[in-house]
Design a protein around this ligand. Structure first.
Ligand code: HEM
Length: 509
């Protein structure tokens, strides 16, 4: 960057800071919700906001215990965030309609998706409908392909030729395996094995996130001018079209000629999107964008989940044999099917426990208040129009009122409940067992809860359980250094496993 560029950047930064500062202050005056940190003036608020950047989990946990059924607020660099505590409030947020508390606007703000991806993603998120409906319904039918890809992907990516131990960096490995497996379902062979196409999808999330953060710093009135300079929207789409263009062109031609019922119509994401796409959405670039958006929702979430679980397995190796025995027994009896995965209770429980401890960021269920009159809880507490509202994430999962010995990693805590009650959660209530990996609850928020609970979680659970079972059957693993788990990385509201963490792995006899 030249000196004049740096100066422009600095001036721009100062201007932005001034505008953000002003809007920040005015937001603080609009409501009577108490702040639990940074309440003593502008400087203290900014100092607190900087503190939140690095210690969000601790700050939110403090707010969670300060008023267990209340609503509080805490400062971030750009605004006040509202934190609603208690089971009742979680349920009220989870069930609020989109035109009052918007999930899409909340997500769009975080990623600045109108600029980074395109406004249609927020206005018409129909890809979520395809995932919740057709993709989930077809999981059983498509499982043989998913299983086949898992088998080949681990072989290719790990590159283990002998029986010797190899030290691998876990996240890049799981990212490749998850990207390949997901794309076997989304776009099929041979594209799902194209290294450049996979890398494009892996990088897309990081690009959108980092560009979104930059654009988020801009005042709204400058975004139409400045955001396009920072956004990689057009170049990412151009790159994606190099791979997806010919495939989607051909599919559109066939659909236009024969409708959506022709011999050999692939059972994949493109068909499921085409079943719902109307008008401008039935074009090659528009459909390619949905494939990118689905990959973005799928790859990093699932690969960080698998990475965290492998770190947990390496430091809690006593779980290996019981889960391996379970996987081998179930596969011997039923073969590799989706239904067989449903009988791997210990593996399901292990993944759920790893997600409980490692899978939630500082906050969950982030929503933007889009009703002009604000959002009012049943006790009359009102959050103003335009504000951002969340519930605690990590703190809920570590709350002793929600879990016995909450700080302890107990991989089979959920499968034990299932065994004790023979599939029934409590004998008196006669409830169906509701602690599967995919079950969401007010005390289990890794997939969200309510109306917008992750629609991809059934696929995520299927592929992650199949991957873990495959690894247990075919490989031995151990920690890089006995008993030492690579530390999680936390920044702002996010939490992720150490991207550089390693484990030892070898092929089993
Ligand atoms: C372990 C892996 C995953 C985790 C932890 C995860 C987590 C989440 C969370 C926390 C939300 C927001 C829920 C809320 O605020 O109420 C969400 C939404 C979403 N997820 Fe996932 N997800 C995962 C995998 C996937 C996969 C594999 C797909 C696609 C196949 C997917 C597609 C989506 C979509 C489209 C939404 C937006 C839902 C809506 O618009 O209502 N996710 N996910």
């Amino acid at each position: 960057m030249s000196t004049s560029d740096s100066r422009t950047f600095l001036l721009y930064g100062l201007g932005v800071a001034a505008v953000v500062y002003g809007s920040y202050l005015s937001q603080g005056r609009k409501d009577s919700i108490p702040a639990f940190v940074g309440s003593k003036g502008i400087i203290s608020s900014y100092a607190a906001a900087l503190h939140v950047l690095r210690h969000a989990t601790e700050v939110v946990t403090e707010g969670y215990y300060k008023d267990r059924d209340g609503v509080l607020k805490f400062p971030t660099l750009f605004r006040w965030n509202f934190l609603a505590n208690g089971r009742k409030r979680v349920l009220e947020i989870a069930s609020a309609p989109e035109h009052i508390l918007s999930f899409n606007e909340g997500a769009a703000d975080g990623l600045q998706s109108d600029w980074t991806m395109g406004p249609e993603i927020t206005k018409n998120p129909y890809h979520a409908v395809a995932i919740r409906g057709s993709l989930t319904r077809n999981l059983g039918r498509c499982f043989p392909q998913v299983r086949d890809e898992i088998f080949h992907a681990f072989d290719d990516v790990l590159g283990l030729d002998g029986k010797d131990w190899k030290l691998i960096q876990v996240l890049p490995t799981t990212m490749q395996v998850v990207a390949r497996t997901s794309n076997r379902l989304f776009v099929g062979l041979p594209l799902c094995r194209d290294p450049e196409y996979l890398q494009l999808n892996i990088d897309y999330t990081v690009t959108i996130f980092t560009r979104g953060q930059m654009i988020g710093l801009m005042p709204n009135f400058l975004k139409p001018i400045l955001a396009p300079l920072f956004s990689t929207r057009k170049s990412s789409l151009r790159h994606a079209l190099k791979f997806l263009g010919p495939l989607i062109d051909e599919r559109l031609e066939k659909e236009n000629e024969y409708g959506n019922d022709w011999p050999g119509r692939p059972n994949d994401l493109i068909s499921w999107l085409l079943d719902l796409a109307e008008g401008e959405e039935r074009t090659t670039p528009a459909l390619a964008l949905r494939v990118l958006a689905t990959n973005m929702a799928a790859i990093h979430t699932s690969s960080t989940t698998l990475t965290a679980a492998l770190y947990d397995l390496a430091v809690h190796p006593e779980h290996i044999l019981p889960m391996r025995e379970e996987a081998e027994r179930v596969i011997a009896a039923e073969g590799w099917t989706k239904a067989a995965l449903g009988n791997m209770h210990k593996i399901d429980s292990f993944l759920r426990e790893s997600q409980r401890l490692r899978g939630a960021g500082a906050v969950a269920l982030t929503r933007k208040v889009v009703a002009k009159d604000g959002f009012t809880f049943s006790d009359g507490t009102t959050i103003p129009y335009g504000a951002f509202l969340s519930v605690a994430g990590n703190a809920v999962h570590y709350d002793p009122k929600n879990y016995d010995n909450p700080d302890e990693f107990d991989g089979f805590r959920f499968s034990r409940i299932r065994e004790e009650h023979k599939g029934v959660a409590t004998a008196e209530e006669g409830e169906v067992f509701n602690k599967h990996m995919v079950s969401t609850a007010q005390n289990h928020l890794v997939f969200g809860h309510g109306r917008h609970a992750c629609p991809g979680r059934f696929f995520a659970a299927t592929e992650l359980k199949a991957m873990l079972a495959h690894m247990l059957i075919n490989y031995d693993i151990k920690a890089e250094e006995e008993g030492v788990r690579p530390p999680d990385m936390c920044f702002a509201m996010l939490r992720m496993p150490d991207p550089k963490g390693k484990i030892w792995i070898r092929k089993r006899e």
